[in-house]
Design a protein around this ligand. Structure first.
Ligand SMILES: [Zn+2]
Length: 455
């Protein structure tokens, strides 16, 4: 039923129009560090920078091109119309093989990039012409070396308007609405096939009440956040597994399980191998009015024997243990590794509400965390017997209970093996969903969007 989701959609649109006021509490220190690297510089004097690698990360929401260099590079960029193109002039760069080969990496399904041409434009300047499939809003910025990465020039191509993103959310919500409709249709066939008045009168009151309840299915929305992605692999196991792949695989299993529940639906903050800044993960959960935010990770530690699952909630002040602090730093560094353009982020930061009380959020997060931890304890060793607390940027939505699950230690060879095992991933997803259901059984969500349908 099309009309059934309208009320909800209006709410979401209102949410989108409040985008500017969306709270982003991800670390300002991170933003400052990125700000310094966002200014083009003249590069290292006396040494021409060399392109070591050129990578392409297409995703439904934006496409990213990353050039990795041995030094900072000076660049200029401008757009051309008819047809749409983005031109990047790189100073002191030769059209080396690593750069020219990027043309071969363009995938036909890339939503934004049609083709890339690289050639010498004039002495000392190599020009990269990105032929676009649609009008884009480009974000071009540099990143300083971080972890295993060197200097990088990042070219992000976003859709020219928010419309594409809005559409994506509407599809997610519409799908959920349809699910309620079909559940109702199955349980109340009399509506599709009008019954005689006498029959209606004789219908037991209980049935009417039941049908009434189903008209107001309160959909519980769970935002599932697969940690890391794209340029940011997360932790890397001894056998070479990437945390970002394992988290996405578990997140998809979680989504499938949650979507099977009568009163629940899941939303994936990312559904592909691409980078998503930490604050954007939180923003997305808020835009779909999530009742719960679950970030999925796989731990790493310097000592390979470290083992077990952990569940985290946000800490009010500092982390509860030094290890938790260490881990929070490692996870929060994702923005520095994957790269955030501070120009975009700043819009949000300007409107940051600093003194929001998160006490209630943390209290709910500890409860849901405990329920989930208890279930995971049935299938894996626990790293700590209680929900830990740390300053993860991704847990800072002021109004959504949020937990971060370190599913196991990817740095432990035995646990790395299990994390790659599909049956084990299913078991893990099952345990997490059972814990979530247990929490919501005891703590039903408020009636905020009780009227998922508009009858
Ligand atoms: Zn992680």
């Amino acid at each position: 039923m099309l009309g059934s989701t309208e009320g909800f959609l209006k709410g979401v649109r209102r949410g989108l129009s409040l985008l500017a006021a969306i709270v982003c509490l991800s670390g300002t220190a991170t933003a400052d560090a990125a700000a310094q690297s966002a200014t083009p510089t003249a590069g290292t004097p006396g040494a021409n920078p060399l392109v070591r690698a050129a990578r392409l990360w297409p995703s439904p929401e934006y496409s990213r091109i990353t050039l990795e260099l041995n030094a900072e590079v000076a660049y200029k960029h401008f757009s051309l119309k008819n047809p749409e193109r983005l031109v990047i002039d790189l100073t002191g760069i030769e059209p080396e093989q690593a750069l020219v080969e990027i043309a071969d990496k363009v995938e036909p399904h890339d939503g934004y990039i049609g083709n890339i041409r690289v050639a010498r434009n004039r002495p000392g300047v190599t020009r990269m012409v990105i032929e676009l499939k649609t009008e884009v809003r480009p974000q071009v910025f540099t990143l300083k070396p971080m972890a295993d990465y060197g200097h990088r020039l990042v070219i992000d191509l976003y859709p020219a308007s928010l419309a594409a993103f809005e559409q994506q959310i509407e599809i997610a919500i519409e799908t959920a609405g349809k699910r309620v409709d079909s559940a109702k249709a199955a349980s109340a066939p009399a509506q599709a096939d009008p019954a005689p008045v006498a029959d209606l009168r004789s219908r037991p009151a209980q049935t009417a009440a039941k049908s009434n309840q189903q008209d107001f299915v309160r959909l519980i929305t769970i935002a599932i956040d697969a940690g890391h992605g794209g340029e940011d692999p997360g932790a890397v196991g001894a056998k070479g597994s990437y945390e970002k792949h394992i988290t996405l695989s578990i997140a998809r299993r979680l989504k499938a399980l949650i979507d099977k529940q009568e009163n629940m639906r899941a939303y994936l903050t990312r559904d592909g191998d691409y980078f998503l800044p930490l604050h954007e993960r939180v923003n997305r959960a808020r835009r779909v009015q999530a009742d719960l935010f679950v970030s999925v990770h796989a731990d790493a530690f310097i000592k390979p024997h470290a083992q077990g699952s952990s569940v985290f909630a946000l800490s009010e002040k500092g982390a509860t243990s030094a290890a938790a602090k260490w881990l929070a730093k490692a996870e929060n560094d994702a923005d520095l590794i994957g790269g955030v353009n501070v120009g975009v982020k700043d819009v949000y930061l300007k409107h940051t509400l600093i003194d929001l009380s998160q006490t209630a959020q943390i209290s709910d997060s500890l409860k849901v965390g405990k329920a989930v931890l208890d279930e995971i304890g049935g299938i894996n060793r626990l790293h700590k017997p209680r929900v830990e607390q740390a300053g993860f940027a991704v847990l800072k939505a002021p109004d959504i209970p949020s937990i971060l699950i370190e599913t196991a230690f990817i740095s432990n060879p035995e646990e790395e093996k299990r994390l790659n095992d599909e049956a084990y991933q299913d078991k893990l997803a099952n345990a997490i969903v059972t814990g979530i259901k247990r929490y919501f059984d005891r703590n039903p969500p408020l009636a905020r969007s009780k009227v998922a349908r508009n009858l």
